[in-house]
Design a protein around this ligand. Structure first.
Ligand SMILES: NC(=O)c1ccc[n+]([C@@H]2O[C@H](COP(=O)([O-])OP(=O)(O)OC[C@H]3O[C@@H](n4cnc5c(N)ncnc54)[C@H](OP(=O)(O)O)[C@@H]3O)[C@@H](O)[C@H]2O)c1
Length: 236
């Protein structure tokens, strides 16, 4: 499949899932704009980086403007930037609440507005949110209502936008991971986190990348919440 003229935008791209997603799209020949707060300039002319807080509406605008100015289009947006804090409900501070909503929800909303406006002009596009299996399947061992509140919102928004844009050539999907081995999780917690999955192990970055590329290639799939979670959403 020739994808050399296509353009992907990836948020939360400095490490973990985001870095793997950037590499996967570059491997397919996409030109990529990658963003996060600490992301470094790239030596690859077909990989541009924009540093900024994704919760700031200006960051999303700059990222999409950069893609349009440098590469002329935006075919895919991967809304991957996100933070996770597990805590008892009554222990969350207001700062934690605001930070979580800013990164996980504002960070989705504003950049997606700009991306979808560009996709509408092109008549095609694909948006993917990275959510979490916990949003639909709470686990008594991991108190994480802010993950449910924000990523559950993204799951619902995925379906809503999929329907709003279905007849305009724009697909909107989500990948809902289990726990994946990334810098988000300290190695000393890996054994406990692995035990939260029926398959009794953590997922790998490649597991999520494969799901995203499946969605990318599947023109008849929209509004899908694709679980890649070692069986978590099936039961315990
Ligand atoms: N790993 C898992 O087990 C797991 C499970 C379910 C869902 N997820 C979701 O998958 C996504 C990626 O997770 P990950 O495991 O790769 O996490 P990670 O290793 O902690 O990476 C998070 C990325 O998001 C960026 N980021 C964080 N806050 C930001 C902000 N305010 N503005 C811009 N960028 C920001 C970080 O870069 P900077 O620090 O440079 O900004 C980094 O590139 C997240 O949405 C997460 O909720 C992960």
């Amino acid at each position: 499949m020739f994808t050399g003229n296509k353009v992907a935008v990836v948020t939360g791209a400095s490490q973990g899932l985001g870095a793997g997603i950037v590499q996967a799209y570059r491997n397919r020949g996409y030109r990529v704009v990658a963003t996060s707060r600490s992301i470094k300039p790239s030596h690859d002319p077909d990989l541009l980086t924009v540093a900024g807080d994704i919760g700031d509406p200006a960051t999303g605008r700059t990222v999409i403007d950069t893609a349009l100015k440098a590469f002329g289009r935006v075919d895919t947006l991967i809304n991957n930037a996100g933070i996770f804090m597990a805590s008892a409900f009554t222990d969350y501070s207001e700062d934690q609440y605001r930070a979580k909503l800013s990164t996980n929800l504002d960070g989705f909303f504003f950049i997606t507005q700009h991306a979808i406006a560009a996709m509408e002009r092109q008549g095609s596009g694909h948006v993917v949110q990275i959510t979490t299996a916990l949003a639909e399947q709470a686990d008594a061992r991991v108190s994480s209502v802010l993950a449910s509140l924000t990523k559950g919102g993204l799951n619902a928004a995925t379906r809503s936008l999929a329907i709003e844009y279905a007849s305009r050539g724009i697909r909107v999907n989500a990948v809902a991971p289990g726990i994946i081995k990334t810098p988000m999780h300290a190695p000393e917690n890996h054994d406990f986190l692995a035990s939260l999955h029926p398959v009794n192990r953590l997922g790998e970055v490649e597991d999520i990348v494969r799901a995203i590329l499946y969605l990318e290639d599947s023109g008849f799939v929209t509004g899908e919440i694709l679980h890649v979670d070692g069986g978590q959403s099936a039961g315990h």
